[in-house]
Write a new protein. Structure first.
Lengths: 90, 206
């Protein structure tokens, strides 16, 4: 029960930060993009840990393998497409 | 007493965790489906990323058709509905029918609210003349958000059928595994929404 509250509050916090960052104009834009990306990444990991109850125990290890495999496929698709479209000779 | 009669091979001394061990093939199979769905979303997302180079997104911001506040409210609503979905799983572990149905209904309510806000926003953009048939950027924009809304809509239908199942059939083996699969699906949609709003709304509003 506590885990759900913990995960919810952390996700809310990590959601509010990027939205506030976007509306204020202090930092240079590259740092803002990095912080937003890191916030999203941490939020995804927190949601996997506290909402899906995933950890590296033997019970869930095959699901972790699935996630890793699908992650590799998705990275190939995404990075490959962007790289190819960037290197077309117009 | 009602709960005892509806369990196949499970008596009251067996805990919910042991039940999960029996059903772990179904849950793993559902994780496989979620991963295939993730690949589908990733391909639509890649097209969306590539279409940003056409620089049509600035028109949407310029005409004030996208407001960051609405996106924040939508994200908050999806997060709350995920939280209540998790609470309904927690109360189904204790085999508490009233609490599970209440939390599932709250999840459905917030899901409907999310679809209403998101659909309204897309409708506004559509009515301003930016149709999906206009150019490639708007096609990919409407496809990405539309597929996500469709998934949420089907999730809401599934949750409603689950509410009816729990109300009329109590916690049978099928209903319990269906509930767990629904919560996996709902949290998965939340994660896809994190990808979508981070890239589409935050990266380019700086």
């Amino acid at each position: 029960m506590k885990k759900y509250f913990f995960g919810f509050l952390w996700s809310l916090f990590l959601t509010i930060i990027p939205f506030i960052l976007v509306s204020c104009k202090i930092f240079p834009s590259f740092i803002k993009k990095c912080i937003i990306f890191i916030c999203a990444f941490i939020q995804i990991i927190i949601q996997f840990r506290y909402f899906f109850h995933l950890n590296f125990s033997k019970k869930y290890i095959w699901i972790i393998y699935l996630l890793l495999f699908t992650g590799i496929i998705v990275l190939i698709i995404v990075i490959g497409s962007i790289w190819i479209m960037n290197n077309l000779n117009h | 007493m009602i709960l005892k009669n509806n369990f196949n091979n499970i008596n009251n001394t067996t805990s919910f965790k042991k039940f999960l061990d029996i059903e772990k093939n179904k849950i793993f199979g559902f994780w496989l489906y979620l991963m295939s769905d993730f690949v589908v979303f990733a391909t639509i997302f890649v097209v969306f990323i590539l279409m940003f180079k056409l620089n049509f997104y600035n028109i949407l911001i310029h005409k004030k058709l996208i407001s960051l506040f609405k996106i924040f409210i939508e994200t908050f609503i999806l997060l709350i509905s995920s939280f209540f979905c998790g609470l309904s799983i927690y109360s189904s572990e204790k085999f508490c029918i009233k609490k599970t149905i209440t939390f599932l209904l709250i999840t459905i309510f917030f899901g409907i609210f999310f679809i209403y806000l998101e659909f309204n926003e897309l409708l506004q953009i559509f009515r301003s003349g930016f149709k999906p048939s206009l150019n490639g950027f708007f096609t990919s924009f409407f496809t990405l958000l539309g597929v996500h809304i469709l998934h949420v809509f089907i999730g809401i239908i599934w949750a409603f059928i689950l509410v009816l199942n729990i109300f009329f059939l109590n916690f049978t083996k099928k209903v319990c595994s269906s509930l767990i699969c629904f919560s996996l699906f709902w949290h998965f949609l939340e994660i896809i929404w994190i990808f979508i709003y981070t890239y589409a709304y935050l990266f380019h509003n700086i």
